[in-house]
Design a protein around this ligand. Structure first.
Ligand SMILES: [Zn+2]
Length: 242
């Protein structure tokens, strides 16, 4: 989008929403690209924009912030992390700058679910008018319960859930031959985190994934993306109406 095209949208009568996809550069098993979480946020944001426009709002997708806090996967190649305070400061600056441009609402969309990262993302909108910024992330009781059984079990890192979404959103970033031969790793990350184990290798994720990627399908991924889009559209609409 050019500056003139954006200016026309800002001046139009419809309130303009910007969705800002956030992820992490992090190992996702032998079969998914390091940027998986960013791609999931982008794909969910694209679908959410359609839901929001059907509801009378104009929604744009901002260029993503691909880097996040990723300490859990530090034992594997490709975990590229930034400090939590750095991520919070960057996201807060971006939200304030978009709002300063005349955007009505900035919806941050996060799908990297490491707790320290999710908290750093949420902290970015502290102190900002709550009608003008929101965070959508499935790391909440409200939204997690809407997603797949595997997601709810906590075995949700590069398993059937994320792999299916990637097969729907960016099949070129899935190594399908490797995927089909991977055994199920039924380890719940949420249970491990609750018991104080934060390192993937220590959790028993010997190849940086949990869950059942061999059972992933693009159709299942598309269904999960629709649920994420519903989450984003609802979070944004509720915040704007509050
Ligand atoms: Zn992921």
């Amino acid at each position: 989008m050019t500056t003139d095209e954006l200016a026309i949208l800002i001046d139009s009568s419809k309130p303009l929403v910007v969705l800002l996809p956030v992820g992490a550069i992090e190992p996702h098993g032998p079969h998914l690209a390091l940027e998986t979480d960013v791609v999931i946020s982008q794909a969910a944001a694209v679908r959410a924009a359609s839901v929001l426009s059907a509801g009378g709002l104009a929604a744009l997708i901002a260029p993503a912030v691909p880097y996040g806090v990723t300490e859990c996967a530090a034992a594997f190649s490709g975990a590229v992390s930034v400090p939590a305070a750095t991520l919070t400061a960057l996201l807060q600056s971006l939200v304030e700058s978009y709002l300063g441009n005349g955007i009505a609402h900035v919806g941050i969309v996060n799908n990297h679910l490491e707790p320290a990262h999710d908290q750093a993302v949420r902290a970015a909108i502290n102190g900002i008018d709550s009608t003008r910024a929101s965070v959508s992330s499935p790391l909440t009781r409200r939204w997690a319960r809407t997603l797949s059984g595997e997601f709810k079990s906590g075995a949700c890192h590069a398993g059937r859930y994320e792999t299916s979404i990637m097969m729907a959103a960016a099949p070129e970033l899935v190594r399908d031959h490797e995927r089909g031969e991977l055994p199920e790793v039924p380890i719940s990350l949420s249970e491990k985190l609750q018991s104080g184990v934060e390192d993937f290798a220590e959790m028993g994720l010997s190849r940086a994934y949990a869950g059942d990627p061999a059972r992933a399908t693009a159709e299942h991924g598309s269904e999960q993306l629709d649920l994420l889009a519903e989450m984003i559209a609802t979070q944004v609409s509720e915040a704007m109406e509050s």
